[in-house]
Structure formats: C-alpha cells, structure tokens
Design a protein around this ligand. Structure first.
Ligand SMILES: [Zn+2]
Length: 313
C-alpha cells in the first residue's frame, strides 16, 4: 500500500523519514536536527518578507480582535506564566524580554506585576498595537545583529516563535547570550503529530491540518523540544501541556475550516479553565496539564527552563 511506504529524503545534510507533505514541502523527521521540519528550509529573506507584510493581515485577520474578546482568559493564562517565572527567580530579578510579543498583552500583564518589560515584534500591525498600550517595543527580528543591543534579561518569553524559525538552535544560542546567570526562558510551541492527531489522521481519515508550510517550518513535541533546548545550554525545570483541543475532533465536533464551531469549542475550553481557577482549584488544573505533558499530550508544549551555567558548548 502506498500510504505505508517509508520514504527517506534529504536536503543539504538534513535527512529523515517523510512524515507529511503540503504546499510543495516535505516534513521530515530530521536525524541531523533531532526534530521534524520542512525541506527545503525557507531563507530568512523569504520569511522576513512574508511576516512584515502579510502575516496578521492575510493569515490571521481576526487575531488582535479575538485576543481582545478573550482578554480575561488570556490575563489568567499570563498570570500563571508569570507566577512560575517568579517562583524560579529572586524578587529583585524582574527584567523580561518577549520575543514575538504580538499585540503586547503578555507584556502589559508583566508591567502591572512590577516587571520591567520589553518586546520584539516583527509584524508592523502588532507592534503598532503594542505601542498604543504604552509598551517598549522594537519592530525588528531578534538576530545576531539586533540581539546584543537589547541588553541582558532575567527572563525571556517566546510564545509561538520557534516553529517559524529556519534555525531554532541558532536562535536559542542568541537567547542564551542575552540571559543573565540562572535566567529563565519560557517557550510555547504547537505539540504536533501528538497522539490525538495521529488517531484523527490514521483512524478517522483527517488530513494533517496542522502541517502549514512555509509559516510553520518546525514541528516539535515535548521530547524533541526538550532535547533541543538541552543541547543549547538550558535545563528544563517545568513542563506543561495546554488543553488538548483536538479532543473535540475525536468527540465529533469537526471544527477544521469551521470558524464558528472552532470558536464554540475554544469557548468551552476557556469556561472549563476559568471555572477551575476561579474556584481556587487552579493547582488541580496545573497538575492535570503537567500529567498530559508527561504523556506527550496537549495542543501545545510549554517548557520553562533555566540557563545552565555549567554548560560548555
Ligand atoms: Zn534538520
């Protein structure tokens, strides 16, 4: 059977089994990198053009508007994220950089908690929105040239960034260089090819909708992201999953390409999390999502890590 054929491909030293194909790209489980990514890998120039001009407009037209609608839930999610960072840092160390800061609401939460915050956001539309909130934002990419200008930080946040980057190991090394000793990093990426998605694809005939090249270059899971960050000089101190939203698909709510149903499922998820937190049992939710993480489940991987000062490259 054609579907069961194992196809190996290689491109410029990257080599591995093809796990999906879309938009003229193959996703390989790369032996060189230790995680799944597309080949060919787009150049920085191709991506820079795509992001500055069309990302928020063409790819995510309702992104900022939706963010505002869900703001009370986001504020709850962000409060928990800062609480974890604060647990691992002394009280006087509150300087944070958000790489890919989007509309700026994560930074705004930090500012209100007494953090000194700065954001880097390549999308003009999102950067403009953040400036309107009175935040310190640079409308650039975090690169070898720009990174040293921003100074050093006690914590760096990168939500939904690493899946878009042609060389995530190089970015993590730059991040390491701008962190103070024992500084913390929080990384959030989609948890792709997760067990629920595999059931949907292999048993229920769903196309792998999460494969989205060229915007999504890398396809991580808990294990592959943990290995990558350890190779780049970090020690993972806490792991959490986000809600396994693809479970709705398994239960019969096919929200793929159905925005209205997608919003309804997302609202149920927010209701569930708000109820748990507002009842004072937020810790039960944290334990549940940590347990999901240990099983490789959840829609996203959330890793908290510390700069490993013993690390020698
Ligand atoms: Zn590779």
């Amino acid at each position: 059977m054609v579907e069961n054929q194992i196809i190996q491909k290689n491109w410029q030293g990257h080599e591995g089994t093809v796990v999906a194909s879309a938009n003229g790209f193959d996703v390989i489980d790369c032996k060189l990198c230790g995680f799944k990514h597309i080949i060919p890998i787009p150049t920085e120039e191709e991506l820079e053009k795509a992001y500055q001009h069309d990302y928020y407009i063409q790819e995510k037209p309702l992104y900022i508007e939706r963010y505002r609608e869900d703001l009370d839930w986001w504020n709850m999610v962000y409060a928990q994220r800062y609480a974890i960072l604060e647990q691992h840092l002394p009280a006087e160390r509150r300087r944070l950089l958000d790489i890919g800061s989007g509309p700026g609401f994560f930074l705004l939460n930090g500012k209100k908690r007494g953090w000194q915050v700065k954001g880097i956001e390549p999308s003009m539309q999102a950067a403009k929105h953040s400036l309107g909130l009175g935040l310190d934002i640079e409308n650039v990419f975090f690169t070898e040239t720009t990174a040293p200008k921003f100074g050093h930080f006690d914590a760096i946040n990168m939500g939904e960034v690493l899946e878009h980057i042609p060389d995530p190991a190089a970015l993590l090394s730059l991040v390491n260089g701008q962190l103070n000793d024992n500084g913390m990093v929080c990384i959030i990426v989609p948890n792709d090819f997760n067990p629920f998605q595999m059931v949907l694809r292999d048993h229920l005939g769903f196309e792998p909708w999460w494969v989205a090249p060229p915007h999504h270059i890398n396809y991580f899971d808990f294990d592959s992201l943990s290995r990558l960050v350890e190779r780049c000089g970090f020690e993972v101190v806490h792991k959490e999953a986000t809600f396994p939203i693809d479970m709705f698909l398994l239960m019969g709510d096919n929200y793929i390409g159905n925005d209205e149903l997608g919003r309804a499922c997302h609202t149920k998820r927010m209701n569930f999390e708000k109820a748990m937190n507002q009842s004072g049992l937020g810790n039960v939710l944290t334990d549940l999502y940590s347990a999901f993480a240990s099983q490789g489940m959840g829609r996203e991987v959330v890793l908290y890590m510390k700069k490993n000062s013993e690390f020698i490259e």
